[in-house]
Every structure is written in C-alpha cells, then in structure tokens.
Design a protein. Sequence first.
Length: 198
Amino acid sequence: MNKPHPWAAIAMKRSSKIAAIAVGSYLLAAVAIAVVGLNDHTADTADLIVVPGSAVAADGTPGAPLQARLDAAVKLYRAERAPEIYVSASMDQAGHDTVTIMADYLLEQDIPAAAIVRDPHGTDTAATAAHAAQYLQQQQRQRAMLATQFYHVARLRLALARHNIRVTGNLHAHYFERHDLYALLREVPAYLFYFVSQ
C-alpha cells in the first residue's frame, strides 16, 4: 500500500484544525447569543414593548412560545416598564390573523386597548424592527424593550439599533422546548447576515 504524500498528511491536519476552529467559533457564537437573550434587563423604562409574532395554534389561540412572549410583555407592562405594547406579525399560512390573536390575548389579560399597538405587516424580524422604529420616531420617541424568545433577543436588538432605536431592556419568554436548540444554532448565521447586510 502506498503511503500518503507528506504534503497530503499536512493538508489533512490543517483541514482538521480549520474545521475544529470553525465548529468551535460557531458554538461560541451560539453561546454568546444565548447569554445575551437569557440575561434579562428590566430595571430601566422604555417607550414601547416590542413583541414579534410566532406560531398560532390550530384552534386560533397563541401557540405556547407566542403566549410566553405575550406573558413577558404583560409582566413588563404591569411593572410600568413602558406605556404601550407593540405586537407585530402577519397572516400565517393557515389564514390566522396573528396580530389580532396577539392583541386579543393581551385584552384578556386586562391590557387596555389603547395600550396595544398593532403592526399587521411584521413579516420577519427586519420588518418588525423597521415598523416599530417608524412608529416610535413618529411619536418622537426612541426607547424600546423586547419580549421574545431568548435566542431571538440579540438579532432583534441589532435590527432596532440599525434604526437608531435604543433598546433599554428585555425579558425573554419563559418557555423552552427542544426546538429552541435548533433555533439557537440557526440564529448564528441569521445574526451574521443581519450584521453585514442591514
């Protein structure tokens, strides 16, 4: 049997090192995103609590992750962290009006209708950030707090900062499922894309 050329062995070792560094960097980035999202900041006040949409259950009620986001927003509102809650989403594939479902849930929690701001065009994080920023700027305000899943906090903060909105705090949704691990790993390239393109 022919022995591999020395240069081939060196190349394989270098490739293995590069792969190990890439995987390690990816995992470190995921940990950093998780730490940012799990580190709640609720001491300061803001002008608006931003709640991005998530999946709606088949019966037309908020899915568990979405309900947890809304519950976090309710907690911030009741603590007088901000005077309004901004719900942002769009129609889902099943035809559910997600923003109306979100607003109805808040009303059931005794949040005043006047304190709920609806954005029915929040198709993704970028759209939610842009529309929330526009609303704040129209009101000559610029401070927001976030209520969303822990893995989503860092990217939403970045998206709002790109519109000159100061994020003064966040409260992550207290609901965890196995899908969160996949979502966290997916956030690494998503955050990088926002960082270089927005």
